[in-house]
Design a binder for this molecule. Structure first.
Ligand code: NAG
Ligand code: NAG
Length: 281
């Protein structure tokens, strides 16, 4: 049968976007094939400005050599060269995306100082000889404002005894690595930095409302956590008792001493006694 060239081109056009190109599929092993695998977390979220590490590992049938590794976003097969965040065969690279993995089985990706627009579905692709593999699932990475920052405490009660200790931790529903954590008491910045604030040997000066912040501008700040340091009443009463007893003892001693001196001075001598007895007798 003789095919009209016009009909043929129409058929090809239809086959292009709608049908599957058999050659193209051959390059991608079946996702159900257990010899091919990419493993990473399903999803995670980080606070804007954080440095995130996506743990990743991959396996392929023995005897193959991995020639190319790619990380891409929002692309099921990592085909679009333009949007790849990392491609071992391309010199163009955003320095914020660092491939920490290798070509053997580790595909860990590090993303420095994440920004909101980094929110995406990330996928890893590796090419071993002619085959390319991405795996059926990617990892969803969400970059948040950090509006859920909270102060958590090592003690359940907000009232702590004098001399006691408490550790406050700055937390968020999303992870925040390599972010500066700032601490405040009643709105005044403390010199302490880091996700944990350890307060020991508590005195009344530690009483106040504590907040933590994930940036110096004061955004991403937690709600206040109030701490009340109680003066230890037991110890206070004991001190009071001891000092009162000592004072009483001292007063009694002084009185006795005074009494003794007075008695010595005013005590009648033996001659008087004799005189007195003579008068009486
Ligand atoms: C993969 O490489 C990263 C970065 O070097 C490392 O921290 C991680 O432990 C490695 N993972 C495995 C499973 O070896
Ligand atoms: C701490 O917060 C509480 C309630 O939020 C408030 O009543 C109190 O005055 C605050 N204390 C200081 C020292 O700001």
């Amino acid at each position: 049968m003789k095919t009209n060239p016009w009909t043929l081109s129409v058929l090809l056009l239809l086959a292009g976007p709608l049908g599957a190109d058999p050659d193209w599929y051959e390059e991608y092993p079946d996702w159900a094939d257990p010899d091919w695998h990419v493993e990473y977390p399903d999803s995670f979220c980080v606070v804007e400005g954080s440095t995130a590490t996506i743990p990743c590992s991959f396996t392929h049938p023995a005897g193959r050599r991995v020639e190319r590794v790619v990380w891409c976003t929002n692309d099921e097969f990592c085909q679009r060269l333009v949007f790849n965040v990392y491609d071992s065969s391309s010199v163009r690279a955003d320095r914020r995306f660092q491939y920490l993995g290798d070509r053997v089985g580790n595909c860990t990706l590090k993303i420095i100082k994440m920004v909101k627009r980094d929110t995406a579905m990330y996928r890893f692709l590796f090419q071993a000889n002619v085959d390319k593999y991405t795996g059926p699932k990617g990892v969803i990475v969400k970059v948040t404002d950090g509006e859920d920052v909270k102060v958590r405490s090592s003690v359940t009660d907000h009232v702590v005894k004098e001399g006691g200790q408490v550790t406050l931790t700055c937390t968020s529903a999303c992870s925040f690595h390599q972010l500066d954590v700032h601490w405040y008491r009643n709105g005044h910045a403390l010199s302490d930095t880091g996700p944990a604030l350890h307060l020991s040997g508590l005195t009344n000066n530690n009483t106040g409302n504590y907040t933590c912040s994930l940036d110096s501008s004061g955004q991403k700040t937690s709600a206040p956590w109030s701490l009340l340091v109680l003066v230890d009443e037991g110890r206070f009463v004991w001190h009071l008792t001891v000092s009162v007893v000592l004072k009483v003892l001292w007063a009694v001693f002084l009185l006795l001493l005074a009494g003794l001196v007075f008695a010595k001075r005013s005590a009648p001598g033996p001659e008087h006694e004799i005189v007195y007895s003579e008068v009486v007798g």
